[in-house]
Design a protein around this ligand. Structure first.
Ligand SMILES: [Zn+2]
Length: 488
């Protein structure tokens, strides 16, 4: 018995090694080139330090688009295009000022919530705890007041997801009770401020909202808990603007055998601008460019075309990828997969397959060479929150990289999201995974998975709760109306 087990372990071991080599050898030149990554760090330094935070409609975003076009050309793309689209609303922060005026006076460190409308004046503050229906009921009459909402410090991905998920019902309750404004407690410590958005795509927020430094917010909460009547002055004079033009940047390596069929490797180029958008998502924009360079330099010729996409408007509701899919709708039938990187430079653990159980076996096999890095655990969840969504809604298999939290959450959308936070050793590994995955999928004899029908996509939504997420995050109506996603 014991001997038999030993023998099968040895056999299994040999099989694993042989398989990994077999899969790896064909793509070894791509992996070797990606491991070099000579332009990754200088490209990212230029994007973050010399261009900075990149909100669509600002000169910085326009510079970033020009930077991306040049970088893709230098990387050896067969073609590069800036593909413009219009965002219906634009916004920039004015001189946000928040101060407690009674029972004592102190300045409160705060930023406006993105796309928030303006307000002014002195108002009492009502603590509504974490914003549950029970806590709202307990708060009593808060007409005309500023609501202070508590939060939990981010530790895991789930916490970040919940920060977004918790907001819409709180906003509804605030509106119902006619609150003047909402003051959200920062989910990071040490005075870190960050840009958060609750507005529906293309719309402004429905109530004036600020984010307070955690330390100041908790001081206010303690004053209220001690029985003090706290008053606060909020001055928001944001610029709420009309339509602006921005662009996605799309580069291509043309396929040798089936050039009309395509695999897309994408990341968003835009960022918020309190920091310089290094982890979210400059590092992955630079990764996509360097993946093109590595594949080109390797001499490996993809059979299908690989499209390298840097999207704009992601932070305002994936507007760039929505626009891309609309503009290229007739080509969706030829899409093999959309592969998206959007979670900083933490260690990769595998791909999230957007609910597609049918492709898991193939992706598991594809990722086997990365088992030693622990990057071969693929998951079949689906979520709203990055640029794969509209490809998924077109029935195309999507692969979104799963990564460890590393230092992503503390710096997310924050003043502290800068070049120095990027872990280049891990980013280079992720670059190898990206370049390999794009080439591998472009070279597979068959498709990764069939293109799903609308009925199949709706089934997937139910299984993964994607339908509920889309409703909460204002992404549902266009799908329901048939103006977004696959119609049949
Ligand atoms: Zn992002």
């Amino acid at each position: 018995m014991k001997l038999a087990i030993v023998a099968s372990v040895v056999l299994f071991f040999n099989f694993t090694i042989a398989c990994a080599q077999q899969v790896g050898d064909q793509y070894k030149p791509v992996l070797d080139e990606a491991a070099q990554a000579p332009t990754l760090e200088p490209n990212l330094r230029k994007l973050t330090d010399e261009i900075g935070g990149r909100v669509p409609g600002t000169p910085a975003m326009d510079k970033a688009v020009a930077w991306a076009v040049d970088a893709f050309k230098a990387a050896g793309a067969d073609s590069v295009r800036a593909e413009p689209f219009t965002m219906q609303t634009s916004w920039s922060e004015g001189n946000t000022q928040v101060a407690v005026t009674a029972p004592i006076q102190f300045a409160v460190r705060a930023v406006s919530i993105a796309w928030s409308p303006n307000t002014g004046g002195i108002t009492r503050v009502v603590d509504v705890g974490s914003g549950s229906p029970e806590e709202f009921a307990k708060a009593g009459d808060f007409r005309g007041a500023i609501l202070l909402v508590h939060s939990k410090v981010l530790e895991k991905w789930e916490d970040l997801f919940n920060e977004y998920l918790d907001a819409p019902p709180i906003i509804d309750r605030a509106l119902q009770g006619k609150a003047r404004a909402i003051a959200w407690t920062a989910t990071r410590e040490h005075d870190i401020l960050y840009r958060h958005i609750n507005a529906a795509p293309e719309k402004f927020d429905v109530i004036p909202s600020v984010l307070l430094a955690r330390e100041d917010a908790e001081r206010i909460a303690r004053l209220i808990a001690a029985g003090q009547q706290v008053h606060m002055r909020i001055t928001l004079n944001n610029h709420l603007g009309g339509p602006v033009k921005t662009s996605n940047v799309i580069a291509e390596i043309r396929g040798t055998e089936k050039p009309d069929e395509w695999v897309l490797l994408g990341a968003h180029l835009d960022s918020w601008n309190l920091g310089t958008g290094a982890l979210d998502n400059g590092c992955d924009a630079a990764l996509v460019i360097d993946a093109l360079r590595a594949i080109r330099a390797s001499g490996v010729k993809p059979r299908r075309s690989i499209r390298f996409a840097l999207f704009s408007g992601e932070e305002q509701g994936m507007l760039g990828s929505i626009s891309y899919v609309k503009a290229h709708r007739t080509e969706m039938a030829n899409g093999i997969a959309a592969v998206i990187f959007d979670t900083g430079s933490g260690k990769a653990t595998g791909f999230s397959l957007g609910g597609r159980k049918d492709i898991k076996e193939k992706v598991d096999a594809m990722m086997q060479p990365f088992a030693a890095w622990g990057a071969d655990t693929n998951t079949t969840d689906a979520f709203v929150g990055t640029d794969n969504l509209d490809f998924l809604l077109e029935g195309i298999p999507t692969l979104v990289i799963n990564q460890q939290e590393a230092n992503y959450l503390v710096n997310y959308h924050a003043t502290s999201d800068t070049f120095d936070k990027v872990d280049f050793a891990e980013l280079k590994k992720n670059l190898q995974i990206a370049a390999y995955t794009a080439t591998y999928l472009a070279n597979q004899p068959g498709s990764l998975g069939e293109r799903q029908t609308r009925a199949q996509i709706e089934e997937l939504m139910k299984e993964t709760t994607l339908d509920k997420q889309m409703q909460l995050f204002h992404q549902w109506d266009a799908w329901a109306a048939g103006t977004r996603g696959r119609s049949q």
